[in-house]
Design a protein around this ligand. Structure first.
Ligand SMILES: [Zn+2]
Length: 352
């Protein structure tokens, strides 16, 4: 049986208003959206306006043309004049975990509109693994307004045409021991948790999960193949992996039922894999540094932001039937010289 097609495809077709979804059609749409976004930034962000002064926006036609745009370094997140909205319009501020770096604190700012886009992506992304009537236990932190858990609580009811799914939150100071009774009482069918949390749950009696948890989303940290195999064997559920960073507004990409790379949030984010030294975009299949560009109006717009993470684009089509590229496993951070992997990728860390 073929794996079910990623629901992101129908969502992208609608968001981009494409007659036929294809890799080239998505790339063309993204470049047009990029030109619109950069033209807006010239008036909206003094930081970007200065950097775009000598760029001929109309010449930006293909992904190879992205090399004409300067990359943003991590330190640029603290640069003056970057924000496009007043502080009053900021709905959420997240301090980045920057242990080991110096300089001013790096913070990311999100408006209500930014967070509603993330919510929209969470709803379609979660429909990959659950549907109306499901009850999903959310163990990730971030319960205050617009935190990760809060976004999931809002998004899950929106993933179907009618009532959607339901989020279940454990008590604030939960310990693994209370979960079996909670899973039973709330008739939980799905789970969203970070790999470190999952490792702790493996010490519980497997009967609490077996035959009950159908699907699971691992998020916030890298998921190892070994942990995935161990959980699937112990609980008999299907494990889906997610990729995202605070810089992407949390959500970035999610596996489909083929489990072969992350289908991407292409309507909101233009992701590149680029040569570490030169910044030139690399072709699919070549490993390099992941660069993030946010498309559309954003409180804190990113243009070719250097994530420091090593990634590779998998060329389509996917076994699920999607013709679109996918991001392969994000192995870790690049060394300072751009070669090799320095440390396991920590992913994004949400402030509760
Ligand atoms: Zn797929």
């Amino acid at each position: 049986m073929n794996p079910e097609r990623s629901p992101l495809d129908a969502w992208l077709t609608r968001r981009m208003d494409l007659p036929v979804l294809s890799g080239p059609a998505v790339a063309t749409w993204q470049m047009a959206e990029l030109r619109r976004t950069l033209a807006w930034l010239r008036g909206a962000s003094p930081f970007h306006a200065a950097r775009l002064r000598d760029i001929d926006l109309e010449a930006l036609r293909t992904q190879a043309d992205l090399a004409r745009l300067p990359r943003m370094e991590a330190g640029d997140l603290a640069a003056p004049g970057l924000l496009t909205v007043s502080q009053d319009a900021v709905a959420r501020v997240v301090s980045l975990n920057t242990s080991g770096t110096s300089g001013p604190a790096k913070r990311l700012y999100f408006s209500d509109a930014d967070l509603l886009r993330t919510l929209d992506f969470f709803a379609v992304g979660m429909s990959t693994l659950c549907g109306p009537g499901d009850a999903v236990l959310v163990l990730l932190p971030g319960r205050r307004e617009w935190g990760v858990a809060d976004l999931l609580v809002r998004a899950l009811p929106k993933l179907g045409p009618a009532d959607g799914a339901r989020a279940v939150l454990p008590p604030e100071n939960w310990t693994p021991e209370i979960l079996p009774a909670l899973l039973h009482a709330e008739a939980v069918t799905g789970l969203i948790a970070a790999p470190t949390q999952l490792r702790r749950l493996l010490s519980l009696p497997r009967e609490a999960f077996q035959g009950r948890i159908r699907t699971l989303l691992a998020s916030a940290e890298p998921l190892t193949d070994a942990l995935r195999v161990e959980i699937e064997a112990a609980w008999g559920c299907e494990v889906f992996d997610h990729w995202g960073m605070t810089e992407t507004g949390y959500g970035g990409g999610v596996e489909c039922a083929a489990h072969a790379g992350y289908h991407l949030r292409e309507a909101d984010l233009l992701l590149e894999v680029a040569d570490w030294a030169s910044g030139a975009p690399l072709p699919e299949g070549r490993r390099g540094e992941i660069l993030v560009t946010t498309l559309g109006g954003r409180a804190l717009p990113l243009v070719r932001h250097r994530t420091g993470d090593a990634g590779v684009m998998l060329p389509g089509p996917c076994a699920c039937g999607s013709p679109l590229r996918r991001l392969g496993p994000v192995a870790g951070r690049l060394r300072a010289d751009g070669h090799g992997i320095e440390q396991p990728n920590k992913g994004w860390v949400a402030k509760p």
